[in-house]
Design a protein around this ligand. Structure first.
Ligand SMILES: [Ca+2]
Length: 235
């Protein structure tokens, strides 16, 4: 009965296809694992939570995993002496809405910046950034990107030296709004152009090509951004 055999074969193909689709679904999920609330005190480097970046970031800076070290309860993002090198950590997981905080003391390295930010990584990308200028002025940028477009940007000058002491930097990411806090004080809110995707959490210290003077000022001695802790409170 060739007809029945064909029907049975078709059914088998359907079952295999359905199973394949299920597997693809699982793959898509695991590729974008959703992170839950955490606190990292950096008593050690948690390689199941963070990746040490290794790529060229600008004409001046290539991220070197050797520039990321844990030392006495601090994560250090190092600029080696006499260089415009830098360092970055990137979360393994993607995170959604919630409150992201980091207690950090920035590298004393004018013409470099420290970024504490969320980034979706795939085009059209989304991003929410705090970018601190490591020049002792307290200048920083708050930025959002949604669907590959820069939707909000403001530069603020808080007139404190972020390399002189530790300060708390916080991004609250909510459906339809984003808030930026410095040391617990609300400094910026946006309700337009806010992204909606899950993103990775990153922190980096590096020398952009767009800060004068170019080439950047390589510090004579080694410098580092120190991170005491990072936490995420899922909402
Ligand atoms: Ca710590």
């Amino acid at each position: 009965m060739p007809y029945l055999n064909t029907a049975v074969a078709a059914c088998k193909v359907l079952v295999v296809c359905a199973f394949g689709v299920m597997l693809l679904g699982l793959d898509a999920q695991s590729a974008e694992a959703q992170g839950t609330s955490f606190r990292d005190d950096f008593d050690s480097f948690n390689s199941s939570r963070w990746i040490k970046s290794s790529h060229k970031q600008s004409e001046l800076t290539t991220f070197d995993p050797d520039n990321v070290i844990v030392d006495n309860g601090y994560l250090r993002l190092r600029i080696p002496p006499g260089t415009t090198g830098g360092a970055e950590i990137e979360s393994m997981d993607y995170y959604g809405y919630g409150s992201y905080r980091a207690r950090m003391k920035m590298a004393d390295a004018p013409t470099s910046i420290t970024g504490f930010f969320l980034y979706s990584g795939t085009d059209p990308f989304s991003e929410i950034d705090i970018e601190v200028y490591n020049d002792g002025t307290g200048a920083m940028d708050f930025v959002t990107w949604a669907d590959g477009q820069r939707t909000n940007h403001v530069r603020k000058d808080f007139r404190f030296d972020p390399s002189a002491d530790f300060h708390n930097y916080r991004i609250d990411y909510n459906p339809g709004s984003v808030q930026f806090y410095i040391d617990g004080n609300l400094r910026q809110t946006w309700t337009e152009g806010v992204p909606s995707s899950s993103m990775k959490l990153l922190v980096n210290t590096w020398f952009p090509d767009w800060i004068e003077p170019v080439p950047g000022k390589a510090p004579e001695t080694g410098r580092a951004t120190r991170i005491d802790w990072i936490d995420y409170d899922k909402r």
